[in-house]
Design a protein around this ligand. Structure first.
Ligand SMILES: Nc1nc2c(c(=O)[nH]1)N[C@@H](CNc1ccc(C(=O)N[C@@H](CCC(=O)N[C@@H](CCC(=O)N[C@@H](CCC(=O)O)C(=O)O)C(=O)O)C(=O)O)cc1)CN2
Ligand code: MET
Ligand SMILES: [Zn+2]
Length: 763
């Protein structure tokens, strides 16, 4: 009997109850007991939902208060000293301090592989010790068993955990910590076994990466040591193919292997060849990363092939944790029947998994035959639908010329023209685009959506927000202004709503980090821009000030990466269609007198394939898509772009190839380390390394930001250095925003003064 299981389930709840509760707790509106009770009820509901959908072995350990990697750091006691000054007890507030930096600098946060989920980067010191320090996993296992569920704890594997972490202080190789870490894993596995656990899932997604030899060897040592633990281990890999790590993964002394056949269907033959037949083989055949209904016939093929060899040791699963998928399609009341028939969210995916497991056993069962017929007809209607294929869009892409990708003049020449017309001071100050999305902004939008506020009323309310943002920026003395993005629910969804070819859900939320969620739009068909999207707002904002107002757009790669993409057209084609729409917007902004246009590519790195061999192709089309947006402007029009993450080493060349005039990046949590790459490569453009961590409510003071600026000025020629925060300010409150920006402007002024003095001194 093929067994139906999942690797993890969304934890936010149907109506984002976890988000509401967390924010209430942080604001002191909910106490710890209330928060914990909410967590218990969410877990119970999610186990029951999965079991009702036919899942036989349920995940536990997939719930996290903020992030599962952070929970793991607590579990193994990797808690930097600044969060535990007196070596006191580890509490929920320790966890939130590490996540949010209340009182001290938070842990770094970065993207989980190539997803829009963010984890907190484990921080290791050279004298790092590990000790079991957090009971959550064991409590939740007990809780599930008490409720009568058959569960499989999910544990981040030791190698992936170390890989995701960062060595702090004296440079040392974090792999050296493995020896100290493994005894804690032994202890964890022992405790789980004592709780009556039969199977544990150990996630080692780094097995789909290009790994250094030392790490490969470490896998063998580690799992050899963990072999003694008295329970069965399923080694889980996802987000790609094992490729050169296949032999290693297949032969580790564990009891089963999960592979992702959605991202890497081609790996099945090799795995069938090399996985010892006494092991369990779990096949991830239902896409955990997208919302399209599974093509059941196609998914059945590998299952049938594997069933011959693995028989009752074959398991069926989604490709990865369903964390990345919205919860339940049944909640959607605004989708037309045809589109709804093409979709599946987490609950539906569980049913697909259960059905597939059943279909392997009994292909002729009536419910199997019905499901297969439904699946076939959904695939068929989608292939033929006129809402998908638009000949005019395809023709425009065919007709592009080389000049459409290339600005007419080189950066070194056009930058002078830009300086002459913008007349900015040295170290110009700016922000990344958004200002606080306050409750009254959200309420006005909600009232507008419900018809309680008319369009004129909504516009007036948003214009009032823009006036406020402009006023604040002028008062604080910023040099390049933004309108604040009040009218945008989300930087991707807002544009998607104005483009043909997209569809939207009402409840399709997915966790992005902590309490923050996104509701990715669905790319259903070819993309077209029926009319200008931002021009009226930006024109209004520019009319309020004599300083340059940045036009603010989201770039094609980011639009693609933060939407649910089509599966019937290569990513590249979808990005280029989006680029054409954005290009028209850029030109409309320029025609409206806007002198600076920022095209955010926050997800540029996220799109980068995990394997080196596939990166060249991606970077080629991603760069082309950006250039298609931006290359049509005059020399004097300054193109900015923004990327909010801090790993640039492997794509600095591509970033230079974007040929943007100014680039703002996240840098504050990593202490400007990332600028080494820009220096080493002699990056030509202007750069604004973020000096203020906007993910934390803490207000950095002038000295702290000035110190970061001095560090930056050692690596970036001063005439090319901008001063700005890490990212947009939409998640912050006004009070902290104003205080921090005042300090930021003061830091820029101090830097200008000290440079002027140095220049005089030198003369
Ligand atoms: N798509 C995307 N990915 C991204 C980012 C991003 O900005 N967008 N930024 C980076 C960090 N990730 C982030 C992800 C989300 C948020 C964020 O602020 N999300 C908001 C939701 C934004 C939104 O869509 N807001 C809607 C309101 C949705 C809502 O809550 N409505 C309420 C009603 C309104 C109310 O009373 O508040 C409801 O439906 O119940 C709007 O403004 O219109 C949140 O979780 O709170 C921030 C950063 C990386 N990835
Ligand atoms: C996640 S990148 C955000 C860029 C956007 N312009 C903002 O300021 O919010
Ligand atoms: Zn950003």
């Amino acid at each position: 009997m093929a067994l139906a299981h999942t690797l993890g389930f969304p934890r936010i709840g149907r109506n984002r109850e976890l988000k509401q509760a967390l924010e209430a707790y942080w604001q002191g509106r909910l106490d710890e007991a209330g928060l914990r009770a909410l967590g218990r009820s969410l877990r119970a509901a999610h186990w029951q939902t999965q079991r009702d959908a036919g899942i036989e072995l349920l995940p536990v350990g997939d719930f996290a208060w903020y992030d599962q990697v952070l929970a793991h750091s607590l579990l193994v006691g990797a808690i930097p000293r600044r969060f535990r000054p007196a070596d006191g007890p580890v509490t929920l507030d320790t966890l939130f301090a590490m996540a949010r930096g209340t009182g001290t600098r938070a842990l770094e946060m970065t993207k989980w592989f190539d997803t829009n989920y963010h984890y907190l980067v484990p921080e290791f010191s050279a004298d790092q010790q590990f000790r079991l320090s957090w009971e959550q996993l064991f409590e939740e296992v007990a809780e599930a068993r008490q409720l009568g569920y058959r569960v499989k704890p999910v544990l981040l594997g030791p190698l992936t955990y170390l890989w995701l972490g960062k060595a702090r202080g004296d440079a040392f190789d974090r792999l050296e910590l493995l020896e100290r870490l493994l005894p804690v894993y032994g202890e964890i596995l022992g405790r789980l076994a004592a709780l009556g656990v039969e199977w544990v899932q150990i996630d080692e997604p780094i097995l789909v990466l290009d790994l250094p030899q030392a790490w490969k060897s470490a896998f063998e040592q580690a799992y050899h040591l963990l072999q003694q633990a008295p329970l069965k281990k399923l080694l889980a890999t996802y987000f790609g193919a094992l490729d050169d790590n296949l032999g290693l993964a297949a032969n580790l002394p564990v009891d089963g292997l999960h592979i992702d056949l959605v991202r890497a269907p081609q790996q099945l033959a090799g795995v069938l060849d090399r996985l010892p037949p006494y092991k369990v083989l779990s096949l991830g055949v239902v896409n955990g990363r997208n919302v399209w209904r599974c093509d059941l016939e196609q998914a059945l093929q590998p299952l049938r092939m594997a069933a011959e060899r693995f028989a009752e040791r074959l398991w069926v699963a989604p490709s990865c944790s369903l964390l990345h998928s919205p919860l339940d399609l049944a909640q959607e009341d605004g989708l037309d029947a045809e589109l709804k028939g093409w979709l599946a969210f987490a609950v539906q995916k569980c049913r697909e998994v259960a059905l597939l497991a059943r279909a392997v056993e009994e292909p002729g069962a009536p419910e199997v035959r019905v499901a297969l017929a439904e699946s076939r007809s959904a695939q068929e209607t989608r292939r033929q639908s006129p809402r998908i294929h638009k000949p005019a869009v395809q023709a425009r892409l065919q007709g592009l010329a080389a000049s459409d990708w290339q600005r007419p003049t080189a950066f070194s020449e056009r930058i002078g023209q830009q300086h002459a017309q913008l007349e900015l001071p040295a170290f110009p100050t700016t922000t990344i685009g958004s200002f606080p999305q306050t409750a009254d902004i959200r309420q006005a939008r909600q009232a507008f959506r419900r018809g309680e506020l008319d369009e004129a009323g909504y516009r007036a309310a948003m214009q009032a927000q823009i006036r406020r943002a402009v006023e604040v920026q002028e008062r604080l003395g910023l040099d390049v202004l933004v309108h604040g993005e009040a009218e945008r629910n989300d930087m991707v969804e807002y544009f998607a709503e104005q483009l043909d070819g997209y569809a939207f859900t009402r409840f399709g939320w997915v966790q992005s980090y902590g309490s923050r969620c996104v509701k990715p739009a669905l790319i259903v068909g070819d993309i077209q821009r029926p009319r200008p999207m931002t021009v009226e707002w930006i024109r209004y904002a520019q009319g309020l000030t004599g300083k340059p107002m940045k036009g603010m757009l989201t770039g094609p790669v980011t639009m693609l990466m933060w939407s649910f993409p089509r599966e019937d057209l290569p990513r590249e084609q979808q990005a280029l269609q989006l680029a054409l729409a954005i290009r028209d917007e850029v030109q409309d902004l320029e025609a409206a007198g806007i002198r600076i246009v920022q095209i955010d590519e926050a997800a540029f790195r996220e799109g980068l394939p995990l394997r080196q061999a596939e990166r060249g192709h991606y970077l080629d089309w991603a760069v082309r898509a950006f250039r298609l947006c931006s290359a049509g402007v005059r020399d004097e029009t300054q193109i900015h772009t923004h990327m909010c993450y801090s790993e640039f080493n492997d794509l600095i060349e591509a970033i230079a190839a974007l040929d943007a005039d100014v680039l703002s990046i996240e840098a504050s949590r990593s202490q400007m380390e990332l600028l080494e790459a820009f220096e080493a490569f002699a990056y030509p453009g202007e750069i604004g390394p973020g000096i203020y961590d906007i993910h934390s409510p803490r207000v950095p003071d002038r000295e702290e930001m000035l110190a970061l600026l001095h560090q930056a000025a050692e690596r970036i020629p001063p005439e090319r250095l901008w001063v700005n925060p890490d990212c947009g300010l939409k998640t912050r409150g006004w009070a902290e925003t104003e205080a921090a920006l005042a300090n930021m402007v003061a830091a820029a002024q101090a830097l200008r003064a000290s440079r002027a003095q140095a220049d005089e001194g030198g003369a």
